[in-house]
Design a protein around this ligand. Structure first.
Ligand code: CMP
Length: 361
């Protein structure tokens, strides 16, 4: 399993979930690399999985009625696709093809459904993106699909008014909630999760609110306004900027593990230096003064514990040791009393990222 919770945090619909939610999802993701030009999904096919891009790029293509291919979007690291078929049960709305070698997380429908059930709030954030995408696709493609912007709806008998309003606050809703109760219709306008206005016929706002809060029958519709792409990019740029100040030294014998870890942390926006020996690591740490060190337990010129001891003479750099189940307890005992030392339960990238994130948080 290969997962990167920091990439997930940049995915807008995961942002609302917090650490528990992200951890829950991480365990269900599968890692898959693709070559450039690989078709990942095809318009019209049934969809049983969604994809999160770790690195690389894809183009989203729709074919118009006159057979013309139209690229409606290019998506990169931190973006996701394939969610629409899972949410709507409809066939794929577009074809998606890699434009360069790319790495993905794959989330199967069964797991996606469990996640939606457990964290229903993500349907709201997801529907914001979905409506944005549909709008863009509609603008770029004259002919084709019938589309309606995504929204969240339900019955007040299942979700009382105060819970619907809380849901909008928790999800920083930009948009409105329409509640129908018999012949009466109430409208709540929200901006960034803050209630801006309540209307119910000609009633003054406070009286309207009291009345609506007592409604137990009827239905509600939460209609998010699409987020401007510029807002999303600005948010992503801000969180990326924060991570640029963090540097990580990776020490590993294996070029493959080195590269995988390096790519994973770089795709999250960290500055990464990878070396293969303890000797090189010490020089690097001395000159770069990194935020954190990740080391394998066996190196060609010594052990991870020896490196840890030497690093301690340079400073209290948080040190993550890549242990395996078979050697973990011995290493924990060997490192007992050495401050700022952390252990992974495995050498899997996702596990390493999880440990590093908790150390950095
Ligand atoms: P799905 O319909 O399951 O499969 C194709 C995917 O392409 C779709 O989900 C979206 O994730 C993605 N997609 C479709 N239109 C756009 C768009 N305009 N912008 C970005 N992604 C899109």
């Amino acid at each position: 399993m290969f997962q990167i919770s920091e990439v997930l945090k940049r995915v807008p619909f995961f942002q609302a979930l917090g650490k528990d939610g992200i951890d829950f999802i991480i365990e269900r993701l599968k890692f898959k690399p693709y070559e450039g030009g690989d078709p990942i999904c095809e318009a019209g096919d049934p969809g049983d999985r969604m994809y999160i891009i770790i690195s690389g790029n894809v183009k989203v293509v729709v074919v118009t009625e006159d057979g013309e291919e139209n690229v409606v979007a290019n998506l990169g690291s931190g973006d996701y696709f394939g969610e629409m078929a899972l949410l709507t049960g409809e066939p794929r709305s577009a074809s998606v093809i890699t434009t360069e070698p790319s790495e993905m997380f794959i989330l199967n429908k069964a797991d996606f459904d469990v996640i939606i059930e457990r964290f229903p709030s993500i349907t709201l954030s997801m529907s914001k993106i979905m409506s944005q995408r549909l709008r863009e696709t509609n603008q770029k493609v004259a002919a084709g699909h019938k589309t309606t912007p995504a929204s969240v709806k339900g019955k007040l008998s299942e979700k009382p008014v105060h819970e619907v309003l809380r849901f909008c606050e928790d999800n920083s809703l930009n948009g409105k909630v329409v509640i129908n109760n018999g012949a009466q219709q109430a409208v709540f306008e929200y901006e960034r999760g803050e209630l801006q206005s309540v209307s119910l016929g000609d009633m003054p706002e406070d009286q309207a609110l009291d009345t609506i809060l007592n409604w137990s029958d009827g239905d509600f519709l939460v209609e998010p306004k699409p987020i401007a792409m510029a807002d999303l990019k600005a948010r992503e740029a801000a969180s990326r900027k924060a991570r640029e100040d963090v540097s990580i030294v990776i020490v590993n014998n294996s070029m493959v593990v080195q590269k995988l870890l390096q790519r994973a942390f770089e795709s999250m926006g960290y500055e990464v230096f990878a070396v293969e020996t303890a000797n090189k690591a010490l020089k690097m740490i001395e000159s770069m003064k990194p935020t954190l060190v990740i080391s394998d337990t066996k190196l060609s010129d010594g052990s991870g514990i020896e490196l840890l001891n030497s690093v301690r003479s340079l400073g209290n750099y948080p040190f993550v040791l890549l242990t395996e189940a078979s050697n973990r307890s011995k290493l924990v005992a060997d490192a007992a009393g050495i401050a700022h030392t952390h252990f992974t339960n495995s050498q899997e990238i996702g596990e390493v990222v999880k440990v590093v994130e908790s150390v950095l948080s």
